[in-house]
Ligand binder design. Sequence first.
Ligand code: SF4
Length: 691
Amino acid sequence: MLTADRTVHTTCPYCGVGCQMDLHLRDELILRVTGRHDNQVNFGNLCVKGRFGLDFVHASDRLRQPLLRTSREQAFSPTSWEAAMDALARRLLAIRDQHGPDSIAMLTSAKCTNEENYLMQKLARGLIGTNNVDHCARLCHSSSVAGLATTLGSGAMTNSIADIQDSDVMVVIGSNTTEAHPVIALQMKAAVRARQTKLILIDPRRIELAQFAHLHLRHIPGSDVALINAMANVILAEGLENQAFVAARTEGFEVFRQSVQEWSPDRAAAVCGVPPELIVEAARLYAGAKAASIFWAMGITQHTTGTDNVKALSNLALLCGHVGRPGTGLNPLRGQNNVQGACDMGGLPNVFPGYQPVTSEEARRKFADGWGVSYDRLSSTVGLMVTQMMDAVLDGRVRAIYILGENPMLSDPNLHHVEQALRQVEFLAVQDIFLNETAQMADLVLPGVSFAEKEGTFTNTERRVQRVRKALEPPGEARPDWAVLSDLAGRMGAPWGYRSASEVFDEMARLTPSYAGMSHARLEAGGLQWPCPSPDHPGTQILHAQKFSRGLGLFSPVAYRPPAEEPDEAYPLILSTGRVLFHWHGGTLTRRSPGLDSLAPQAEVEIHPQDASRLGIADGQTVRVRSRRGQLVAAARITQRSPAGTVFMTFHYAEAAANLLTSSAVDPIAGIPEYKVSAVWVEPLAENVPT
Ligand code: SF4
């Protein structure tokens, strides 16, 4: 058996928990992975993906050379970096000069480092002159950011993983935490077991956390606002609100109070399907706790009412004063390893790094000075969101798309629409570590490197900035993405001249107040949570302790709106989508891990026994799932996990991509698609029917 000759301390590349791990290495091989104990994030734990799922780093189909083709009908040919970078710079400049800066759109990456995200948006804004820059946060937590920014003034998780142990009551709503954020789920389960913390689980599915729940409210998908408003109604009717907190720290209370008067538990029960007495019990428990926290994920955010859902939760926390103290707070659990960082770095169409608005003259002057570009180069027009970019291609506004480490051909809703746009776009460049579904459609593909082959930082779900360290040499000619972007800028007329990721970080920190006190050197000693405004600042574990980022917390009344698409005769079932423990997002990484793939090798449709019996479907039988957008074939899994009337699929399998079915209806404020509610038809197929 090989033994390791060195270890490298780094950050897990999968989810937003940001577990700290040691890679045990020999030569250019990762032999094993262990969790580190010297931190406040994972306390030595790792989940199955972190411990056993890093095979993708050594996959034989890693991209090793740039690939270029002169027309989409041709096959790719390997080419030199020189030729590839010249082609990229030439095409981007030509399209900008002919059609204007806003004819180019760029996707930054929640899988790449802060430094790389910073440079990608700097390229878009400072060199090309467009704010058409976005990334997959649009598809997971843009509604959390929009909702919390409105009510509290900051869109991030308010509290820390470590203070889960300080909660008397936890509300987990729309988060399958054990599968999506497994190491945080360990903390939750430990709190229930060791501290008798009471868990209120609000989720249509009987997920694993249900075994630990004091109450499980199984509501109808898309009815969150009705349910949460009813909890507020009970709290006010019974005088359980924290009057001192409301008076001292909030505004807008009276309008909010009136808005929930009509949401009696009985009325809400008719909408959300939860018995009124359970709503009352949950409300009393939350309001009566000394310290109660709320955690959510995409079950709350991926709705056309995503921003409203988040505002409703925020109202509840403000009403009871469960903010700004240990064990309280509003805690959106971020999905990808660096989705928090990609947002912080300005990988969004409306803000520079640190959420400084592009519409602010002061911010534009600051970044023009910091980047050494003319003030006129920086556009004050808010750019396109991911969900608007494809339409903009189809109507001719966008001519070129440059994508860093994202795969919209699996992750976006309504995939036929995405495919049509990517076929039509004049120039498509993709920078990634694999020739994924989107890269296969590109004109130019650049080989980036994995987390194990570069230096940088990721920011986890609790705003903790942590180091990523180079452990291995890149395969073939692959290059760190920050170095590729720096090279490209030089060819486009701006010799940035960075010699290291650390230099990129230093420039970013000078321009980003919440990161101003950090540097790679300081992060060597351990992660720091923003805001960290000066080199002697210890970082911030709990936001809004004395005062909210916006001053007073804002009650924000929300009216219930049903989902954009509801079941009907033609499509009688609700489809909801999510994850399993063993896979990650589009499966690009985990499906290259034989161990993980063997545990969840195929796409399944979870269906309730009543629906299965009515439709004549047997367990394991092949079924066809159809929506108004498309269809796919998968295996039926008959289970009471999902309630009757609802089917569930994961989005990990390219051969049965759930997003062929999902609706492109979006939240009007955040632009997030309604992945959690689509109307579908399910029918059994005779085995071996051609698909
Ligand atoms: Fe990695 Fe997330 Fe698992 Fe931790 S919980 S090991 S960060 S995938």
